[in-house]
Design a protein around this ligand. Structure first.
Ligand SMILES: Cc1ncc(COP(=O)(O)O)c(C=O)c1O
Length: 380
């Protein structure tokens, strides 16, 4: 029997894990200063790109001697660029606990055919860095977007490691503390915690990563969009705003606007606080109900951005169909968009809780979630 749905909907029902909700103050008018129709190599364009790099450094607290570049093809482009340019100099260790990490394993083992140890953990669990040899090059995803499991901190990464750490931090940057001294290559996209646009990625290189780039040439050919060196020297321009190819100046403007907003909410500390407050709404909801649980098994690894949930009620006969039905009902009622679990992940929901989402919208969502759950149980 149909029950009455909650009265108030989330003011913004956009809980997609990427592209993620725009900043709460977003309006197209905010992009009026974009130098549209101008060259990205003109002073006006280069200044904008440089500002995007240096404001990223400021907000994220990236050390002055680290290089930051804007690169093609979003986070995927940034990760691929790192893997293809840096790996092969020594043995690698590939760590994966969900589908994106698994994708990097495929690239390294099947495409690049690098001598690599592969360490995996099931959805909900994580690879213990105590068992990882950091004298190899280690590739991992800080926050597994499709499992909602994150590295708790960098304590187990040795300061005196001989290998490089290559970290896909796309759903972590701007929402979690990243220990820059433990990360040699860090990548992310604007379309996640900052609610920016996709298509452009960022790559952050430690001095050790630069040293590797300048002293090692991979045995395989590198396409132009992956090349960070010329004649054995880093192409410095990439890290000062002279991008490899043409960027979208509209997307750049949008990112600058998001960075300005980030400063108004307290910078990195404020962004982390917003994400954690958001995620806590769902963590607490799980604690209060025995039919839903966090996919992350260990509290210390629970993501505060991509919160993944599983249904645990014995009455559910077909887990995948049930989760899909709940997500569809919420979408049909405009209460929540795009919260079905990722296609390769276990059945359930994935609700983005990054800094651009409002806690009050997540509170409203929990009422709808309860309603949709009860409806779907009755409709089975
Ligand atoms: C952990 C992780 N890596 C890589 C990607 C791919 O990012 P993009 O589509 O921005 O290249 C995503 C996207 O959701 C992700 O969550």
């Amino acid at each position: 029997m149909a029950t009455k749905h909650p009265q108030a909907r989330p003011a913004n029902p956009r809980f997609s894990s990427g592209p993620c909700a725009k900043i709460p103050t977003f309006s197209l008018d905010l992009l009026a200063d974009a130098p549209l129709g101008r060259s990205h190599r003109a002073k006006v364009g280069k200044d904008k790109l440089k500002a995007a790099i240096e404001t990223t450094r400021e907000v994220l607290g990236i050390p002055a001697d680290y290089k930051i570049g804007i690169v093609p093809a979003s986070d995927t482009g940034a990760v691929e660029m790192a893997l293809w340019s840096l790996l092969g100099a020594r043995k690698a260790t590939m760590c994966a606990w969900e589908s994106f990490g698994a994708g990097w394993v495929t690239d390294v083992v099947k495409q690049l055919k690098i001598d690599a140890e592969v360490k995996t953990a099931d959805y909900g669990q994580i690879v213990d860095f105590a068992d990882v040899d950091f004298n190899t090059d280690v590739v991992f995803t800080w926050n597994g977007t499709t499992s909602g499991v994150r590295v708790p901190n960098g304590d187990k990464i040795p300061a005196d490691r001989e290998g490089l750490t290559i970290c896909d931090a796309t759903s972590a940057a701007f929402a979690m503390d990243l220990p820059w001294d433990k990360l040699d290559v860090t990548t992310f996209s604007w379309q996640k915690v900052m609610g920016g646009e996709a298509a452009h990625g960022m790559i952050v290189l430690s001095p050790r990563a630069v040293e590797r780039l300048e002293s090692y040439t991979p045995a395989w050919p590198l396409p132009k969009i992956f090349r960070m060196t010329k004649g054995g020297k880093l192409i410095d321009g990439i890290f000062t705003g002279a991008t490899i190819n043409t960027p979208s100046m509209l997307a750049v403007e949008d990112y600058l606007v998001a960075l300005d907003w980030a400063k108004t909410v307290g910078g990195l500390e404020g962004l982390i606080k917003r994400s954690t407050t958001n995620a806590k709404v769902l963590w607490d909801f799980c604690d209060r109900h025995d039919w839903i649980a966090n996919l992350a098994e260990d509290e210390a690894t629970r993501s505060n951005t991509s919160v993944c949930l599983k249904f645990t009620d014995d009455r559910i006969t077909d887990g995948a169909a049930f989760a899909k039905a709940v997500a569809k009902k919420l979408e049909d009622y405009n209460a929540a968009y795009d919260i079905g679990a990722y296609r390769d992940a276990p059945a359930g929901l994935r609700v983005w809780c990054g800094a651009t989402v409002e806690a009050s919208d997540l509170e409203a969502l929990t009422l709808w979630l309860k309603w949709a759950f009860e409806e779907c149980i009755a409709e089975q």
